[in-house]
Design a protein around this ligand. Structure first.
Ligand code: PMP
Length: 295
């Protein structure tokens, strides 16, 4: 699914065949999860193939690397340029782009100067399809931000996400929703979370979650559409009095939620402001003009 014998990837300044790349068995990333990455999408827009918010994603990659003491020699502009080249060389238009910064041989618990930068891409449609999601409040919490940099996109953090998603699927749900270390609602395993109540949106503040680029886009769209967004902590119980909810993320885009645990949201998706955000988001990533954004 991800690559075939002709797939080209970017690795350390060169474009090479995906199946020619070998990673070392002694990579610090492989053993201890010290690496950083991004998840980015490109869209076939009216203006050609465009990477959505490329600068924001590569800047976050730089930030994540700096938090993990990883020296990244490439600039955001250089990486953006390489990402466009990867798309071009693989004839990709609507694609998912995965830059990965991984480390060389080092079995100690200190950083290494041997840093590899890979950019791979593959064709990827809707993460969840058009289905409304059934979500389980996870028994797992997001890691305490005093134990790691939760606002950075670090390889090792995703073991927590894998545990939560696996638990949710084993219980017959599509996805998990995790609390923070204080029991407040935080985020999904790979997406941020918004509630809708009385036409307003509620989402948790930054601090215990990944600062999603889609989340920031939702703030922009809500402002343009005249909807209020409250950033505050809220408990799982508050969900059970809300009208609608959605996940948002680069891969998930805006994914409507039908049910959380036993609670089915009373407002139909078609009548919700959440759906207006979903439609505006689609138009935004496809590069439609401002006037077209909100029809
Ligand atoms: N939270 C987590 C844990 C994620 O992995 C992601 C996906 N990167 C998000 C939120 C959403 O972030 P973004 O909108 O930048 O993709």
């Amino acid at each position: 699914m991800y690559f075939n014998k002709s797939t080209i990837v970017f690795l350390d300044g060169e474009f090479v065949k995906a199946n020619s790349v070998k990673t070392g068995l002694y990579s610090q990333t492989m053993h201890y999860g010290n690496g950083v990455f991004e998840g980015i999408r490109s869209y076939n827009t009216s203006d050609g193939v465009k990477i959505f918010k490329a600068k924001e994603h590569f800047d976050r990659l730089q930030y994540s690397a700096s938090k993990m003491h990883i020296k990244l020699d490439l600039s955001s502009e250089e990486m953006e340029h390489a990402a466009y080249k990867v798309l071009e060389k693989n004839n990709l238009t609507d694609a998912y782009i995965r830059p990965l910064v991984y480390l060389g041989e080092n079995m100690s618990l200190t950083p290494t100067d041997v840093v590899h930068v890979a950019i791979v891409a593959w064709k990827w449609g809707n993460l969840f399809g058009d289905e409304m999601l059934n979500v389980m409040i996870s028994s797992y919490q997001r890691p305490n931000p005093k134990s790691c940099h939760m606002e950075a996109k670090v390889v090792g953090h995703y073991t927590n996400s894998i545990l939560a998603t696996t638990e949710a699927k084993q219980n017959g749900f599509h996805e998990a929703l995790l609390t923070d270390m204080n029991g407040f609602i935080a985020e999904g395993p790979g997406a941020n979370f918004f509630l809708e109540k009385d036409g307003k949106f509620i989402t948790c503040p930054l601090g215990n979650i990944l600062a999603g680029i889609t989340r920031a886009t939702v703030f922009e769209l809500a402002k343009d559409l005249g909807f209020e967004v409250e950033e505050r902590f809220f408990t799982p119980e508050e969900i059970f009095t809300a009208d609608a909810a959605f996940f948002c993320g680069t891969a998930a885009e805006i994914a409507g939620i039908k049910r959380i645990n036993d609670y089915t949201f009373p407002l139909s998706w078609e009548d919700s402001n959440s759906q207006l955000i979903q439609r505006a988001y689609k138009r935004r990533v496809l590069g439609s003009s401002q006037e077209e954004l909100y029809i």
